[in-house]
Write a protein that binds this ligand. Structure first.
Ligand code: ZN
Length: 313
């Protein structure tokens, strides 16, 4: 039988070992994959902000993987996806090598995480598995160099009508968006871990309402929509367009945010990226993609149904 003092020592030792064990548990690692944009966007402005937003959660470490520049030799571009809890992508550019695409598909099927931000869903219009992962995407370059690869052959558009998601297979047209403006975003899946505690509606600052995105639209949950309002923007679709989505692909989890425009000629502050709503949904969506859960609190400065909330950058 142990003496009381001996037992106390054992307890203290166990406690110390437990604390050491906790401290030694590494935070999940995220890969931020970036390095190319089309002429309408600038990853050198958006990716550093995305990195800092993800690090601000205190939940992750973030490694940035930068691809070769547009037109350069891509044959050796082969990031080690399997080292990461999720891959956050700010990239629209050259095709990856076939082996890299295959490795990414395997990583996702085996339970990986993917976060697609804004113009990232313009990438890879003819990569079948990519289109399944993002559910719907925009524009995309055709073989002849013209934009608009995601036409009616790419699949339906996601609409929100009469309180539910509808796939529109009939309406023609490729992706579009009204001019940048502040607009309300409406929660459509309040029970989803990413959305729990967010307001039913909130105003997002100065962004493009991505509209008429097309794709396979399978295994997708629409988390939030925005009305592309014809009464204020005559060329808008007049539809509730999906802004935030989750998709499952094999055992993998995808968070797709269409928000986060920044132009090449834009000077700071980059308002759409500074919106506390963009930041919060990105942080929560990334945690969900990486772990399947969301542990973060809703910040006090989250936008309301009446006004935007933009943070200092
Ligand atoms: Zn844009």
């Amino acid at each position: 039988m142990h003496s009381p003092i001996h037992s106390l020592k054992l307890t203290a030792l166990t406690l110390l070992l437990s604390i050491a064990g906790l401290a030694a548990t590494p935070m999940p690692k995220l890969m931020l994959l970036t390095g190319q944009s089309n002429k309408y966007h600038d990853w050198t402005k958006s990716a550093p902000l995305v990195k800092s937003y993800l690090e601000q959660t205190g939940l992750f470490t973030v490694d940035v993987v930068t691809s070769p520049p547009a037109g350069a030799d891509m044959t050796k571009f082969s990031p080690k996806f399997s080292d990461y809890a999720a891959i956050v992508i700010v990239y629209e550019g050259d095709e990856w090598p076939a082996a890299t695409k295959a490795a990414f598909v395997t990583y996702m099927k085996n339970g990986g995480g993917l976060v697609s931000i804004h113009d990232t869903d313009n990438a890879f219009p003819y990569w079948k598995e990519w289109n399944e992962m993002i559910a719907v995407g925009g524009w995309g370059f055709k073989a002849d160099g013209n934009i608009g690869a995601r036409d009616v052959t790419a699949g339906p558009m996601i609409r929100w009508r009469d309180g539910k998601m509808v796939l529109d297979e009939i309406t023609p047209g490729t992706a579009t968006h009204p001019a940048r403006h502040d607009f309300p975003i409406v929660t459509r899946a309040p029970e989803h871990p990413i959305m729990q505690g967010l307001p039913a509606s909130w105003i997002h600052a100065s962004d493009e309402i991505y509209s008429q995105l097309r794709g396979p639209a399978k295994n997708v949950t629409v988390l939030a929509t925005a009305l592309a309002d014809k009464t204020t923007h005559p060329t808008a679709t007049g539809e509730n367009e999906p802004m935030l989505m989750t998709i499952t692909y094999g055992k993998g989890r995808i968070f797709h945010t269409t928000l986060g425009h920044v132009s090449p000629n834009e000077k700071p502050p980059f308002t759409s990226l500074a919106c506390a709503g963009f930041i919060t949904t990105l942080q929560r969506g990334t945690e969900w993609a990486a772990t399947g859960n969301v542990t973060q609190k809703i910040p006090a400065d989250f936008p309301t149904a009446e006004k935007i909330s933009v943070r200092n950058q």
